[in-house]
Design a binder for this molecule. Structure first.
Ligand SMILES: Nc1ncnc2c1ncn2[C@@H]1O[C@H](COP(=O)(O)OP(=O)(O)OP(=O)(O)O)[C@@H](O)[C@H]1O
Ligand SMILES: [Mg+2]
Length: 384
């Protein structure tokens, strides 16, 4: 059986590393339990392991006395959807009836506005979002068993609910609800995951949200962690990856666990006589790349406007990974001032800014895709 996963959002057969992250989450948990609540937002690029870290932490918290954790996968939509998402997920994982939560809320005279303008009551004016969230959480908290229970809220993909609103507003609504609850000595801990840019969007406004939500960036896995993630589960299946293959995988996936899983999955399929050598790696790598192209990269390229595609071509075809602004501007295919295009591409995470005026493609796998598929070439000539 192939032990490697080909998609995000599923626990791997062997969970590697993340001990600092889990330690930090545990620290916040104990602090919350002791009356000083903490909140954290884990952020990073696609596939870095945000969802799995939530799974793992939730697993660790299972069975602890008077501790309840609820994972709330957020879906794209209006901010008001967050109310029913919280109630539905909590009811399911805590064994509470959805209707009993809403009945209690109605009973205390709170009128929650839902998406589409629908509210629970016509007589009472609609409650403000932060009060609504606070009342919902209070209601759920009161239904927990135990003396001073700890409620851990795990919000996966916070950026989805933020999509059409401004980040600042959503975070400050959550912030004021949580601060208020914690003042009243409710032991509620908030853990959210968010896309790589969740904080960069607000930093220029005010840092008030950052005081409540600890930003924690999920970093790539180390070589040793990649080695374990591959050889531990695969040796259980009787397959050993050669050390030079592990190093090649580490180098090309750059410690991104999603890429790691996809590449290892394809290598595993090619294993011969219980081994994966560089021969099998070379043979299977195009399949891994093609899989990621279909799932991720092609779409990223195709939804980019023409000026961005041109710059992607320049980055891909260049012999160096990092390009200086002056080199880009001086390229014969660049006809207008590229600052704005570069800024947009950075914002979309197509490229990353290495340092002042220096840019590179988001990652090596994306670069491999561009260089292999050459979507910017039509009949062998560069698009212009
Ligand atoms: N610590 C880990 N060890 C081994 N594999 C991991 C680890 N963390 C994540 N993975 C694997 O990497 C893939 C991506 O992980 P995950 O879904 O958690 O990423 P994500 O950051 O939530 O991605 P997305 O941005 O799509 O939501 C999954 O298939 C998972 O099995
Ligand atoms: Mg995820």
């Amino acid at each position: 059986m192939n032990p490697f996963k080909k998609r995000t959002g599923v626990l791997p057969s062997y969970f590697t590393g993340r001990s600092d992250e889990l330690k930090e989450l545990r620290r916040i948990y104990y602090s919350t339990k002791n009356g000083d609540a903490g909140h954290i937002i884990l952020y990073g690029p696609k596939g870095i392991g945000k969802t799995c870290l939530l799974f793992k932490f939730q697993e660790e918290m299972e069975g602890l006395e008077d501790t309840y954790s609820v994972r709330i996968p957020l879906v794209e939509g209006s901010f008001f959807d967050i109310y029913s998402l919280i109630v539905d997920s909590s009811a399911e994982s805590l064994g509470i009836k959805v209707s009993s939560v809403w009945d209690t809320i109605k009973g205390i005279g709170i009128n929650i506005p839902f998406a589409g303008g629908f509210t629970v009551s016509r007589e009472i004016p609609p409650t403000s979002p932060s009060v609504a969230i606070r009342k919902i959480l209070e209601t759920i908290y009161h239904k927990l068993k135990g003396e001073n229970p700890v409620l851990i809220l795990l919000f996966d993909d916070l950026q989805r609910i933020i999509m059409n609103e401004d980040t600042q507003r959503v975070l400050s609504i959550l912030q004021s609800a949580l601060v208020e609850l914690n003042l009243k000595e409710f032991k509620i801990m908030f853990v959210a995951t968010g896309s790589f840019d969740i904080f960069s969007k607000i930093q220029d406004h005010t840092d008030s949200a950052i005081r409540t939500f600890d930003p924690y960036e999920l970093k790539p896995l180390s070589l040793a962690e990649v080695r374990d993630a591959i050889n531990i589960p695969s040796s259980k299946e009787g397959i050993i990856f050669d050390e030079d293959v592990l190093e090649r995988i580490y180098s090309v996936c750059e410690g991104n666990p999603y890429y790691l899983q996809v590449i290892a999955h394809n290598c595993f399929e090619e294993a011969t006589n219980g081994r994966v050598t560089t021969i099998e790696f070379e043979k299977s790598f195009p399949n891994a790349l093609n899989f990621l192209a279909q799932r991720e990269f092609r779409h990223m390229y195709e939804k980019s406007p023409i000026q961005e595609r041109k710059l992607l071509a320049i980055f891909a075809e260049s012999n160096s990974d990092v390009l200086a602004y002056t080199e880009i501007k001086g390229n014969k295919n660049v006809k207008s001032e590229p600052s704005k295009v570069l800024r947009n591409m950075t914002r979309k995470n197509l490229i990353v800014k290495e340092s002042r005026g220096k840019y590179k493609l988001r990652d090596k796998m994306f670069k491999e895709y561009l260089r292999t598929d050459k979507p910017y070439e039509i009949n062998g000539t560069l698009l212009n």
